[in-house]
Design a protein around this ligand. Structure first.
Ligand SMILES: Cc1ncc(COP(=O)(O)O)c(C=O)c1O
Length: 380
């Protein structure tokens, strides 16, 4: 049964357990069939209230900071695979404490920490992020291979300096909402440039951007290329998608609070904000889908939707609806679970939407409500 949105408070992010489990089952199947370790990138989705469900299917996460690594350790129950463009000396003990794998962005960062890493009381496997200088990502803000990128070590650098003893793995991340055919092309480049180093290594982390839960994704092809790569190289493969876990698993429920008009443009102002609660809409940018709304259709009631912050640009549009909008109407934004909660702000003091789950037995369970304290505690 679909979610009964009238039973959800507004505003609220609501994840549907059934859709979430479907994604998790698919990811688990790909992991088992390909013999690959697939973990969750917290940067895309870290709603730890649903980790008890997640843990029925997967057993690991990748972290980009000491806090994400700790969340993995405490809420998934295993140390994290951690990568960060830089590590601060003051944080490094805690990075080690909460991580099984630590990937360095540069050889200088590895050398800075290699002694403390080798003396740590538990074995932590060190890796190096490489920059294959090949990516199919169209949006520059998400392209780690654009000229001048600060992310990863190039093959020229490695040829000059060599891979130091102590590095056991390589890590690359060059995909974004991509299919397996894009990964196949990336693998060709990675092998061409870096396979000369593979005999020194144990593992390779192929980053995120593998949108295997999107309709039409060829998972059989993914399994095939991963298996072949493993057989050819003998390396343990790790994938760390984020979006794929939460892809199309839930919505952001909001309400029209007012309708204003200026120069013939009508805007429905909502109890949520694009900049604070759906930042990727403005950052990428992309136009989210809304239940029972379409792109503008001549003759139909058509509106911009405006956020409740006072940023002039906190609006998107336009959408057409079957009927005129009025205060109190619900606006349901689709696919608002990944890269939302992890990126939200309390800009303007706007209240953070609640977080909840629509369970398998068709009930709504509120997981978290936000209040004044959440706003105030961030600021002093
Ligand atoms: C290093 C790394 N790993 C994994 C991911 C997750 O990517 P996605 O959520 O697109 O699967 C990202 C996203 O930016 C990343 O930078």
């Amino acid at each position: 049964m679909p979610i009964d949105y009238s039973r959800i408070p507004s505003p609220c992010y609501v994840i549907e357990e059934e859709r979430f489990r479907r994604n998790l089952a698919l990811i688990k199947r790909v992991s088992e069939e390909s013999g690959t370790e697939i973990i969750l990138a917290f940067k895309g989705f870290a709603m730890w209230g649903v980790f008890p469900i997640l843990k029925e299917y997967i057993n690991g996460a990748s972290a980009s900071s000491p806090d994400e690594a700790r969340l993995c350790f405490e809420e998934i129950g295993v140390p994290a695979h951690t990568y960060s463009p830089v590590y601060k000396a003051a944080d490094f003990e805690s990075i080690l404490k909460y991580s099984s794998h630590v990937t360095f962005n540069s050889l200088a960062q590895f050398h800075k920490y290699s002694t403390i890493l080798s003396h740590f009381l538990r074995k932590v496997s060190a890796g190096l992020r490489i920059n294959p200088e090949y990516s199919e990502i169209g949006h520059d803000i998400y392209n780690p291979c654009s000229p001048g990128s600060r992310l990863g070590t190039t093959v020229d650098d490695l040829l000059k300096k060599g891979i130091p003893d102590g590095i056991e793995g390589l890590h690359f991340h060059v995909l974004f909402e991509s299919d397996s055919y894009a990964l196949e092309k990336v693998l060709e480049v990675v092998e061409l440039k870096f396979s000369r180093f593979f005999h020194r290594l144990k593992w390779i982390n192929m980053g995120g951007g593998h949108l295997m839960t999107r309709k039409g994704y060829d998972t059989e092809h993914l399994v095939k290329i991963l298996k072949r790569f493993r057989e050819r190289t003998g390396l343990h493969i790790i994938l760390e998608p984020g979006s794929a876990y939460a892809w199309e698993t839930g919505e952001l429920v909001s309400t029209v609070e007012d309708i204003v008009e200026n120069k013939g443009i009508r805007t429905a102002i909502l109890d949520v904000s694009f900049t604070a609660h759906m930042p990727d809409c403005l950052e990428m940018p992309y136009k989210p889908k809304i239940i029972s709304a379409t792109d503008p259709v001549h003759g139909k009631p058509t509106y911009r939707l405006g956020g409740n912050s006072c940023l002039s640009g906190d609006f998107m549009g336009e959408w057409s609806f079957e009927n005129e909008l009025k205060p109190g109407d619900r606006i349901i934004f689709l696919d608002m679970i990944h890269y939302t909660m992890v990126k939200t702000t309390t800009f303007n003091g706007v209240r953070h939407p609640s977080i909840g789950i629509w369970t398998l037995d068709n009930k709504f369970r509120l997981i978290k409500e936000f209040g004044y304290g959440d706003y105030k505690n961030r600021l002093s």
